[in-house]
Design a protein around this ligand. Sequence first.
Ligand code: ZN
Length: 171
Amino acid sequence: MKKTKLRIHFWGEKILRTKCQQVKEVNDEIRKLLDEMCVLMKNCDGMGLAANQAGLDVSLVVVNSGKEILKLINPKILKREGSTEFEEGCLSFPGLYINIKRASKVWVSYLNERGEPLTIEASGILAVVLQHEIDHINGIVFIDRLPIWVRIRLRKRLKEIKGKYKNGMPE
Ligand code: ZN
């Protein structure tokens, strides 16, 4: 297991509500942050990780598509199509798995590690993960996508997470 200084930030920590700063220049510093985020994602067994979950106020997302690791700089959803429901988890909400409705297909623009503009077309689980992570960098978390009555039912669980993880991961 590779080490990283980054740590997961949990529900209740302000950075999760931050709309992350756009990257102006893709340089070594940005590439290093993406690598560190990949290490953290791997160590936590995550399918995706947004920079603010790692405590960084910068518009970066990494995703493990199963086949490859995608590193996205300034990702933005250009278009959504269809609808799907999937049971999602989030590294910032340990133990919470909830069904969330999202688009079944998305087109996402981003810059790659060389600063080249690209567009990815995604469906299935990859589309779900991309929507979840891009929400993060806009300060939105998955419980925000729930109908209010479901969220009310989760109130106690959310409070527990906030209390248990307020100083990071407990020993
Ligand atoms: Zn998440």
